[in-house]
Design a protein around this ligand. Structure first.
Ligand code: GLV
Length: 310
């Protein structure tokens, strides 16, 4: 079996974990090793150049080395008959849970206010908001959103809600769904966590109209995709104070351009797409499991539905 690794990231940390988990495979690094494209069975990819995957004529599977497949699906030459699998990994989920819980606590406990106070040498105490009553909403209740819900419930955030395309029955999470459910959901989110995939249906979902539905002084954390947000509209809402602060890990253009307003805004926290990073060791186990399923003619977990876009 022959596997090609195509990613802007370094292949070196992957070599050993892949050999351990898929000892029967020869793994080649695109751009490094010499490769006969017709001999490759599986491609492990992160943001391959558009058109590249179409050159591998005998692929049995494409495995995305991240949760979001939006970049891949923009490649109109992507072979549609080849199963495409996205990465769902406990480590990826726990990384995201850490990131989201961090910002929920940060905003819930006014740490953004105290950071400002420190710079001005101000000693003023503010009442702690009631954790049970703090209304946190999760936009997107897939694997990552459910992981966050679970952790937040354990911390006592009992006024938790979630929005998804179709209703989800999750203990402790008030479920909103579909287009009709979006505005009622947003109206009651004091802290909004965005974890939706970027698809044709979610492009620009957070815009002037929808942001206006959030309560005055709401907080936003986006670790889904930059394309969910209309930046000019979010900037206007942050400038007016309608949105008190935002923590953003993903952007319409990455890296975030030097002259982008977000960098300098006092109420914006920018991180460089690090909310959750793929780790070679845990991912290699999932990749091995996926390849075994495909080799056995079984449907692997987390097969991408091309029509839904995730
Ligand atoms: C990262 O953004 C991912 O899709 O896993």
């Amino acid at each position: 079996m022959k596997i090609v690794f195509i990613s802007p990231d370094d292949f070196a940390p992957w070599r050993k974990p892949l050999r351990l988990n898929i000892p029967e495979a020869d793994v080649f690094a695109w751009g490094v090793d010499s490769i006969d494209e017709n001999e490759i069975d599986y491609a492990l990819v992160w943001k391959p150049a558009p058109g590249l995957l179409a050159r591998f004529r005998n692929l049995k599977g494409i495995i995305n080395l991240g949760a979001g497949v939006d970049a891949l699906l923009q490649d109109h030459t992507l072979p549609q008959a080849v199963p495409l699998v996205r990465l769902v990994d406990e480590r990826l989920t726990s990384g995201m849970v850490e990131y989201m819980v961090h910002w929920v606590l940060h905003f819930h406990r006014d740490l953004h206010v105290y950071a400002r106070q420190q710079r001005a040498r101000v000693w003023t105490q503010h009442d702690n908001a009631d954790t049970q009553k703090r209304r946190v909403g999760i936009l997107g209740l897939g694997e990552l959103g459910q992981g966050c819900a679970h952790a937040l419930l354990m911390l006592g955030f009992e006024s938790l809600s979630g929005w998804s395309r179709t209703p989800k029955d999750l203990p402790g999470v008030r479920s909103f769904a579909g287009e009709d459910g979006l505005k009622p959901f947003l109206r009651q989110c004091e802290i909004l966590l965005c974890l939706l995939p970027h698809t044709a249906a979610t492009q620009g979902l957070l815009n002037a109209e929808t942001l206006a539905e959030l309560p005055q002084g709401a907080f936003i954390v986006n670790a889904g995709r930059g394309g969910l947000v209309v930046d000019d509209d979010l900037i206007a809402a942050l400038e007016s104070g309608h949105i008190a602060a935002a923590a953003l890990d993903v952007f319409n253009t990455e890296p975030l351009p030097d002259d982008h307003p977000y960098w300098a805004m006092d109420n914006v926290f920018v991180t460089p797409h690090i909310a959750s990073l793929t780790t070679p060791m845990s991912s290699s186990e999932i990749i091995a499991k996926t390849i075994r399923a495909l080799e056995n003619g079984e449907a692997p977990d987390n097969l991408v539905d091309f029509d839904q876009g995730y």
